[in-house]
Design a binder for this molecule. Structure first.
Ligand SMILES: [Cu+2]
Length: 382
């Protein structure tokens, strides 16, 4: 080896090692920031999860009637700060409507806001004029009635305003609620069905707060992301359950954020339903992906008695996670709800082998075949 090369490599060596250490440390820090640390880390899970009240309506002349009043309100989400809100029959969110297949319903919506609203039954099979889209405006101080027969299988649906140009803002303020359909099949299934005890509604919403406690509906390319999580309108929430199988009916009620839902111990659970109703058989998994408006039902076994946190993982893909981080909208690594199991003598529900029979459409019976191309960078925000 020539003398001068040997000298150079001896001189470079310590610098190379230092560089290597710096690069490794930087890499580890980035990895921690992007994939380990939750955007809303530091939660203490001190607030009992709020459970929306249920509304069964009253039967008048053979029709089940529900009264929904949309109005402004105020709620303390963050300690010591009042947030101006809007809600249905209350200051934030609305009651869970319990519907049954085969019944005729009247949903009477009173608009006490000082602006136009509508009420859309997301996932309901209804005639267009009952759908509460921008065409069915409800002027301030006026009421509107949606009447239709409930004719679809058991499913976890939701309702929210849908006025042109202000849907996002009105839902962000709190106007939204769940509507769950039962049918003969769901009656027969041996599943947890005690509302708020082993059958838990979970409305997942991200929010931005101003210093004075007001919601900040800041448009960011049409989509609004927040780094403070509200579950059923509860900040920093925990839920005590019996240490057995518990059913969660999840709704992503956020403006634009997609969640990669799982538990912080990565435990497996079973998905039993999607937006449209029950799957044919329970699906074992450790993640459920929910885009805005989407629902899922999961069964989770807590018989080990261990406390776990329901969370969202940063799994949007490496590049998107990095971009989100630098856009200041968080990586999607978010703590949602701490589950605290308590010992119980009550037996756990067995996992049903079969949940539903789904008839499939035979493609060979198609009268005409039309190719459709779905494209677009992003959706949601309005
Ligand atoms: Cu919708």
């Amino acid at each position: 080896m020539p003398a001068n090369t040997a000298t150079r490599s001896r001189r470079l060596k310590p610098i190379t090692i230092e560089l290597l250490i710096i690069v490794l440390l930087l890499g580890a820090t980035c990895y921690w920031l992007l994939f380990i640390r939750a955007t809303n880390s530091g939660l203490t899970f001190e607030n009992k999860l709020l459970i929306p009240e249920q509304l069964f309506g009253t039967v008048v002349d053979g029709r089940r009637q529900f009264h929904l009043t949309v109005a402004e309100g105020s709620r303390e989400f963050l300690p010591g700060k009042q947030t101006p809100t809007a809600g249905v029959n209350g200051p934030f969110l609305g009651p869970t409507l319990r519907l049954r297949r085969g019944e005729d319903v009247d949903l009477i919506v009173q608009n006490n806001l000082d602006e136009i609203t509508t009420m859309h039954w997301h996932g309901m099979h209804v005639p267009a004029r009952m759908d509460g889209t921008p065409h069915q405006k409800i002027e301030p101080g006026v009421s509107w009635t949606a009447s239709f027969p409930v004719d679809q299988q058991a499913a976890p649906l939701w309702y929210h305003p849908h006025p042109h140009g202000s849907t996002g803002r009105q839902v962000y303020r709190g106007v939204a609620g769940l509507m769950w359909i039962n049918d003969d099949n769901s009656d027969t299934l041996s599943l947890p069905k005690t509302y708020g005890v082993d059958d838990i509604p979970v409305v997942i919403q991200d929010r931005l707060f101003d210093d004075d406690g007001a919601f900040r509906f800041a448009r960011n390319q049409g989509a609004v992301f927040g780094n403070t999580m509200l579950i059923n309108g509860t900040w920093n929430p925990f839920l005590q359950v019996e240490s057995r199988r518990i059913r969660f009916r999840l709704l992503n009620g956020s403006n634009a954020r997609i969640y990669y839902i799982g538990f912080d111990d990565n435990r497996k659970f079973h998905q039993i339903a999607t937006d449209g109703g029950f799957l044919e058989t329970p699906l074992q998994t450790n993640r459920v992906i929910l885009a805005p408006g989407e629902r899922a039902e999961i069964l989770v076994d807590f018989s080990d008695g261990a406390e776990v946190v329901l969370k969202s993982y940063p799994e949007a893909g490496f590049l998107r996670t990095i971009t989100s981080f630098f856009r200041g909208i968080g990586t999607g690594n978010l703590q949602l709800l701490k589950i605290v199991p308590r010992p119980t003598n009550r037996a756990s529900h067995a996992l049903p082998e079969r949940l539903n029979t789904i008839s499939r459409i035979d493609p060979s019976l198609a009268a005409k075949t039309r190719p459709m191309v779905l494209a677009g960078p992003r959706q949601g925000g309005r």
